[in-house]
Write a protein that binds this ligand. Structure first.
Ligand SMILES: NC(=O)c1ccc[n+]([C@@H]2O[C@H](COP(=O)([O-])OP(=O)(O)OC[C@H]3O[C@@H](n4cnc5c(N)ncnc54)[C@H](OP(=O)(O)O)[C@@H]3O)[C@@H](O)[C@H]2O)c1
Length: 291
């Protein structure tokens, strides 16, 4: 039976997706590099996500590299009609597992073709341009040249919709003058709330906001406030972290990452968890306590 409440949806371009999706990055090997520790478990996680009603998967060909896209294709191709796969370009991996900018026309074009081939599709649903002026967070700088290349690939029919990742408000404004931007993917969670005002602005514009590291990333969130609220509600801390994001704004789409079937089921069950005003007020204190 589906775990994901079909009434909670938001548009990614011309497609409506359920707000609780899945992020595939954790399926690659340690350091998001090389094959998974347990290949069959990775395939099972992807199939279970779809069986439980997920119709939005976030990936990139630089996870592995190529590994997560190839796993997605193996597990799910031919894809369900309602599935929207969002990928990203703009980085390349070094042999030392480093993340390096890859913004030349040649690199961006090759990245789109790598994604098409490894996912086994003729057109990519959504491609995020991942900005790399600072790999760890948004930093100012013009995104015009690389975004113009992606817009060209869109005009050629290889990319349906375009999004931006790791960007400032100024870069979003610049991007929207070049092509339609359907989603923004930045780091945001209970403890990292620099984008609070941006999220509300994007909601008014009908643009999806897709927080990466919704659970805190490689070291999941830990907070006594979070565990106290979770204990009171009879839920797990990760479920409360996701429920808080779902209630935070209607344009937030979730892509929690996991390589574990148990965690996947737990995370998808967050859809049924309602937080009261007092819970939200308490949870809002987490950002202040870690700032
Ligand atoms: N645009 C960007 O720059 C960018 C950057 C990073 C990530 N992303 C995207 O965002 C997605 C989500 O980010 P993320 O996967 O890095 O971080 P995340 O979703 O915040 O957290 C993933 C971590 O939490 C653990 N976890 C998941 N569910 C859990 C649960 N119920 N209980 C305890 N631990 C749990 C996972 O380990 P287990 O595997 O053991 O469950 C993993 O270590 C990625 O998959 C990727 O698609 C984008």
């Amino acid at each position: 039976m589906s775990n994901v409440d079909p009434s909670r949806t938001f548009n990614l371009g011309d497609r409506s997706v359920r707000r609780l999706g899945y992020g595939a990055m954790q399926l690659a090997g340690p350091g998001v590099f090389g094959p998974p520790k347990d290949h069959d478990a990775a395939v099972a996680v992807l199939r279970e996500a779809i069986a439980k009603g997920v119709n939005h998967i976030d990936t990139s060909d630089f996870y592995g590299p190529h590994v997560t896209n190839q796993l997605i294709r193996e597990a799910l191709h031919p894809y369900p009609e309602d599935l929207v796969i969002v990928t990203k370009i703009g980085a390349r991996r070094g042999a030392d597992k480093s993340w390096n900018p890859a913004f030349s026309r040649e690199e961006l074009t090759a990245a789109v073709h790598d994604n098409l081939r490894n996912l086994g599709v003729d057109v990519l649903d959504v491609v995020n341009l991942r900005i790399m002026f600072d790999v760890h967070g948004p930093a100012e700088g013009s995104i015009e040249a690389p975004l113009a290349v992606l817009a060209d690939l869109q005009r050629q029919g290889l990319v349906r919709h375009v999004g931006l990742s790791n960007v400032t408000r100024k870069q979003i404004v610049q991007g929207r003058a070049i092509t339609e931007i359907v989603c923004v993917q930045n780091q945001y969670n209970l403890a990292q709330r620099k984008d609070d005002a941006l999220i509300d602005d994007l909601a008014r514009e009908g643009i999806a906001y897709v927080p990466f590291f919704p659970l805190g990333g490689f070291t999941p969130l830990q907070s006594s406030i979070l565990s106290d609220v979770a204990a009171r509600l009879g839920a797990s801390s990760m479920q409360v972290a996701l429920a808080w994001l779902l209630q935070r704004a209607s344009n937030i789409l979730l892509i929690p990452g996991t390589s574990s079937l148990g965690h996947l089921r737990e995370n998808l069950a967050a859809n049924g968890l309602a937080l009261g005003d007092a819970d939200v007020a308490e949870l809002d204190g987490i950002a202040g306590s870690v700032a």
